[in-house]
Design a protein around this ligand. Sequence first.
Ligand code: HEC
Ligand code: CU
Length: 216
Amino acid sequence: TDEKGEHYLLEVDEPVVIPVDTKVRFLVTANDVIHSWWVPELAVKRDAIPGFVNETWTKAEEIGIYRGQCAELCGKDHGFMPVVVNVVSKEDYAAWLEKKQAEAAEIKALMAQTFTMDELVARGKNVYQGYCAACHGMNGEGGLGNAIAGSGIATGDLTKHLDIGVNGVPGTAMQAFGGQMNDVDMAAVITYQRNAFGNNMGDMVQPIDVFNHKKG
Ligand code: HEC
Ligand SMILES: [Cu+2]
């Protein structure tokens, strides 16, 4: 998040949202290494293991924000693996669920669409500023990540470029975004990087290309 408040580094992109006074079952897994999903005040702690689904459950009696963290020494970023659970009223939960389902339906419809260059670039600019600019710079000038302006990847082979977006560069701060970003946003941000900051490739990625690339 942008606001570096009291809980800076303890915030997450997508808090878990659950209804109050309801028995909730969690299915826990991981996509890289073993983590442990731990929220002390909700009395849940479960190992998150790639390739396995573990179960746990809770029943929260009070509305509020519950914080926890990864309880497994999972790697160098271990200290930065916060957990946030928002316990909300049953009505708020129903409203949240409806909103999320509408969003998912919208993305599903967009996935089947073919976009123009202008559409991809406009959407990609937003995605870039939200997800990539922190490391690659607002103007592609680089920072923690290398420059996108004039980058050999962003002005080179399109499949290789897409692959870095989807799978990251293992062993570096360039994480795999394929699992956390929908295919429309991925198509848009790769297209944007190839056609912004003086990069002028004139080619584009469609959501279906991302889908096919992920399938391998
Ligand atoms: C936490 C920092 C960070 C974020 C956020 C980040 N990157 Fe990166 N990115 C890196 C680093 C570091 C490298 C260099 C990896 C290496 O050593 O090869 C890199 C490399 C790249 C490259 C290869 C560039 C080249 O010329 O070698 C591309 C393409 C790229 N990132 C795309 C993205 C996209 C798209 C996003 C947003 C969806 C993004 N990155 C977000 C850190 C980041
Ligand atoms: Cu962890």
